[in-house]
Write a protein that binds this ligand. Structure first.
Ligand SMILES: [Zn+2]
Ligand SMILES: [Zn+2]
Length: 156
């Protein structure tokens, strides 16, 4: 499905109660700002981001060892950011951007995540919102099968 916010193929597509579909990160950005569906303006409940309705339901047994279709191969490195009691994996697209900046030898890079600009600092290994320098989170580069809470705020 195409995402009406970023106009790309939706990554981690979710469906709102009104039936409209978006990337999880796109609607997260919208929800944090306006709390309304970007298309029909129907309100988004405050707990929706904690329990989003993922469009692609894993068929059969849904153990956490099941690989999501967009997961990178196990011999590649992916990026994680720190949560309250564990690590979240960046979404695949963001992780690839961070990895290519890291491999390019950059000391830092700037990314748009859920509608906010983030600074990724490779020297000190943290991320922060550009307009909220106080809110830093540690980041790490690890294998895709490292311990994680989920991907980009979606629990696995
Ligand atoms: Zn999108
Ligand atoms: Zn809607």
């Amino acid at each position: 499905p195409d995402c009406p916010v970023c106009l790309q193929q939706a990554s981690y597509p979710v469906r709102l109660p009104c039936g409209h579909m978006f990337c999880f990160l796109c609607i997260k950005g919208v929800a944090l700002r306006s709390r309304k569906c970007a298309i029909c303006r129907q309100p988004i409940s405050p707990d929706y981001l904690d329990k989003p309705t993922l469009v692609k339901v894993v068929s059969g047994q849904s153990s956490s060892s099941d690989k999501a279709p967009s997961d990178p191969p196990a011999d590649e490195y992916v990026w994680f950011y720190e949560g309250r009691n564990g690590w979240w994996q960046y979404d695949t697209k963001t992780s690839k951007e961070v990895e290519s900046a890291f491999k390019g030898g950059k000391r830092s890079c700037t990314l748009l995540i859920a509608g906010f600009l983030y600074l990724i600092d490779f020297e000190n290994m943290f991320q922060m919102r550009r307009n909220e320098p106080g809110r830093r989170r540690r980041i790490k580069r690890d294998k895709p099968n490292a311990d994680r809470k989920g991907v980009a705020g979606i629990r696995l």
